[in-house]
Write a protein that binds this ligand. Structure first.
Ligand code: SF4
Ligand code: SF4
Length: 351
């Protein structure tokens, strides 16, 4: 269908290596990384997939590749990869801890024409360094300043925990003063090394308070203050949601994009450790249609309990990674159950 572009993205992990070892990181094990040639092959596979959709289904696809790690700047061929991806017609972005972005790296990133750089920030200096190591906060902020000076659109990304949930105002002000274009907040997913931080994850009541607070900061800030968390969208909804059997918004996992990890494994989302194939051997286009996991993520009847019965299902479905992480903590492997931090369930007809 022409007219409404399908914003398809791949979160592409170029390496598992990192110069930090953050306590809440969702990476947990070393893997055999793809070579530069294999990465180019994977990018070409994504290109073939979106071109196939465009030709066969007359779909206008707006594809993007979000490169991350580990820490993507530890890969020596990062700028070659960015050049190859741009040459294939993708818009590109970088997700980084920012600590390796000196003035020269910032200029190279600007020259590589990435659409934006997201830098992780986990609170004020004490909160950030307690998770990421001493000095990480100062170096991340230097990275932001260098990018802004180089004219690169730069956004901050905060993982929200009980440790930093009351620091929103300070963080928004810091983002404004640094010249960032925006600041976004995501909930902690207690998986990978982050498993040990389960006690720092927000409860449903805390999620509701946090997003109420975020709305006030958004109204008062000159920069973009937001969240890609489906629950943040629900917190702002004040109209009935048309009931559809297919998702039209919300959790992107397997609906608007997938993740490719450093060894080529394809997953619905990096925070959901559910491999569905490998880009080195499998057709992404076939997996997109045939993967039982991806099909289940798009099928309302496959969900159960609160999310299945909720009027917000078409635009929400919660965070499937958080649902899976809590289920695994109970010895199960259920990615279609309730989002345990959701305070917004609404039966159809009562939204
Ligand atoms: S019950 Fe599920 S679909 Fe409904 S608002 Fe909560 S997380 Fe979203
Ligand atoms: S599973 Fe969670 S982190 Fe992944 S796309 Fe969905 S909402 Fe985002």
């Amino acid at each position: 269908m022409q007219g409404t572009p399908f914003d398809f993205f791949v979160q592409f992990h170029l390496t598992e290596e990192c110069n930090l070892s953050c306590r809440h990181c969702y990476q947990s094990a070393a893997v055999s990384e793809m070579t530069y040639e294999e990465i180019c092959g994977a990018i070409s596979e994504v290109k073939r997939t979106v071109q196939g959709w465009a030709v066969d289904h007359d779909i206008d696809v707006s594809p993007s590749l979000h490169f991350t790690g580990g820490e993507p700047l530890v890969r020596q061929d990062l700028f070659d990869v960015l050049g190859y991806a741009s040459g294939c017609g993708f818009s590109t972005s970088l997700m980084t801890n920012g600590t390796l972005i000196d003035e020269a790296a910032a200029r190279r990133i600007g020259d590589a024409k990435v659409t934006d750089v997201q830098i992780s920030l986990d609170g004020t200096e004490a909160a950030h360094d307690s998770l990421r190591g001493r000095g990480a906060h100062r170096r991340a902020l230097d990275g932001v300043r260098n990018l802004v000076a180089a004219g690169v659109e730069t956004n901050l990304n905060v993982t929200v925990t009980r440790r930093n949930m009351s620091q929103t105002g300070e963080l928004v002000r810091a983002a404004e003063e640094l010249g960032a274009s925006g600041i976004a907040f995501s909930r902690l997913v207690p998986s990978g090394r982050g498993k040990g931080l389960m006690a720092e994850a927000l409860t449903g009541d805390e999620v509701a308070c946090f997003y109420d607070d975020l709305r006030r900061h958004r109204a008062n800030s000159r920069i973009a203050v937001g969240s890609r968390d489906p629950l943040a969208t629900i917190a702002d909804i004040d109209v009935d949601v048309p009931q559809t059997e297919l998702p039209v918004g919300g959790c992107a996992a397997g609906v608007f994009g997938v993740t490719i990890t450093a060894d080529g494994t394809i997953m619905p989302c990096r925070r959901m450790d559910l491999p569905i194939g490998n880009v080195k051997n499998d057709s992404l286009r076939e997996l997109w249609v045939e993967s039982p996991v991806l099909v289940a993520l798009r099928t309302r009847e496959r969900y159960h309990d609160t999310c299945q019965s909720c009027s917000y299902w078409p635009v929400c479905r919660g965070c499937r990674a958080i649902a899976l992480a809590y289920s695994r903590a109970e010895g199960k492997n259920d990615y279609l159950g309730p989002d345990p931090q959701c305070p917004y369930h609404s039966a159809p007809g009562f939204s």
